[in-house]
Design a protein around this ligand. Structure first.
Ligand SMILES: Cc1cc2nc3c(=O)[nH]c(=O)nc-3n(C[C@H](O)[C@H](O)[C@H](O)COP(=O)(O)OP(=O)(O)OC[C@H]3O[C@@H](n4cnc5c(N)ncnc54)[C@H](O)[C@@H]3O)c2cc1C
Length: 394
């Protein structure tokens, strides 16, 4: 098949790789430019795995969803004493960044997946886009897909006034092998997504694939995501600064949290969380922290360039929809490019629905964040609290 044009995808994580594969599938000549030098540092955290996120794997890779994800049939809320306050039948799937990245990266191959390539900006005219890199090189393409995440330099060039805002809380995250936990704890946490709420805070616990991708009970990891409030400024800065004085943002990676913060977090878990949940928290050897941000944009299409995934909208994780949104952006982009001969026309047609999805998600997850971290009004599972990408019902 002759090429339909050259595509430069900046950012080779889940959003960028999904877009790269979909555009290559419809005949574009696609190259991914990824800043990280190594095959990707550890980013193995668990993900709620929504249908839009699993679509490429099931439709194009022929993968059985149950082979790459864990699942649970029940949403369960626990009280402080460990008793069940609410239960609702609802099946969720979960996977991990590493499992999904490995499959997409293998499928795309390494020849056109270039690492150590840090984009610094771009310019365009009616006929092409030129992307600039930190080593002084440039590449020319017919379409630029900016999938460079929450700190996107390409977004900052396009929309300097669109800046992320800190939500007031972070997620303390951890993973512990089921085999390291007591059988009773695994029995209580392994068959449901478990929520526990306390004042101005809540935690979620669910099973995810092992680092080798095993989804077999007993070999999985138990993943914890605990939302805790830290004031912007000194409180947050202190948490996110490692023992060498380096301030991390937005992720304080495994091993970098200072011992006094880890000790405080574990003591709080034991004092305030249901015992089974606290056990999963304290048994995690290398907890890490992700600061939670909101970001919205007024535009996603700019002539021959577009923003997708977290480069465009970042929402609080309560809908577990970040990966699904990035994938939905990519599917719709491929669809628009199939329907329009001109790239700028395709992007202009693609943009309105993507903006709508992003705005809705930011608004819904802000509402959920306020209800759980500030007002204390999120106490039971409702349709609004379900993981999902779009607002139309469960
Ligand atoms: C606490 C927390 C929990 C979450 N839970 C879930 C969940 O359960 N389910 C879910 O679907 N989502 C979840 N998310 C969101 C999800 O992680 C993101 O939405 C998703 O990974 C976005 O993917 P992306 O490809 O757009 O961006 P990213 O994964 O951020 O990738 C951006 C890529 O661009 C590269 N890059 C950056 N700058 C440059 C540059 N200048 N040049 C070249 N490359 C560059 C980076 O190295 C990176 O590889 C969660 C997020 C948080 C913080």
């Amino acid at each position: 098949m002759s090429s339909r044009g050259r595509v430069a995808v900046v950012g080779g994580s889940l959003g960028g790789l999904t877009a790269a594969l979909l555009l290559r599938d419809i005949g574009f000549d696609v190259t991914v430019y990824e800043r990280s030098v190594h095959a990707m540092e550890q980013r193995g955290a668990g993900l709620g795995f929504l249908p839009d996120a699993s679509r490429y794997f099931t439709e194009r890779c022929g993968v059985d969803i149950d082979a790459i994800s864990t699942s649970t049939p029940v949403i369960r809320y626990l009280d402080r004493d460990g008793s069940v306050s609410h239960e609702r039948d609802f099946r969720y799937h979960y996977s991990s960044w590493f499992t999904l990245y490995g499959i997409l990266r293998d499928r795309f191959g390494t020849e056109r997946y270039l690492t150590g390539q840090e984009a610094t900006g771009f310019d365009q005219d009616d006929d092409s886009v030129r992307v600039r890199f930190s080593d002084g090189s440039t590449v020319e393409a017919d379409l630029l897909v900016c999938a460079d995440g929450v700190q996107s330099v390409l977004r900052r060039q396009l929309l300097p006034d669109s800046v992320r805002s800190y939500s007031g809380y972070v997620a303390w995250r951890g993973m512990v092998p089921e085999s390291d936990l007591d059988a009773e704890v695994v029995a209580r946490l392994g068959d449901a997504i478990t929520y526990a709420f306390e004042a101005n805070s809540h935690i979620l616990v669910y099973p995810i694939p092992s680092p080798t991708g095993s989804v077999t009970p007993g070999e999985r990891l138990i993943n914890t995501v605990w939302y805790r409030n830290y004031r912007e400024g000194g409180d947050l800065d202190d948490l996110m600064t490692d023992a060498q004085g380096h301030r991390h943002d937005p992720t304080l990676p495994p091993g970098a949290a200072r011992p006094e913060h880890v000790a405080e977090m574990r003591a709080h878990a034991i004092a305030r969380l249901p015992a089974v949940v606290a056990e999963a928290v304290v048994r995690c050897e290398d907890p890490f922290v992700q600061a939670v941000y909101d970001l919205g944009v007024e535009r996603m299409a700019f002539g021959r360039a577009c923003l997708i995934g977290d480069a465009a909208f970042v929402m609080r994780p309560h809908a577990a929809a970040g990966t699904a949104k990035a994938a939905a952006n990519a599917w719709a982009l491929a669809d628009a490019l199939e329907r329009h001969a001109s790239i700028p026309d395709a992007l202009a047609a693609w943009e309105p629905e993507q903006l709508r999805i992003g705005r809705e998600l930011v608004a819904r997850t802000q509402r959920l964040g306020r209800a759980s971290q500030v007002d204390g009004t999120w106490t039971a599972p409702t349709d609004d609290t379900l993981f999902r990408l779009r607002d139309e019902g469960p």
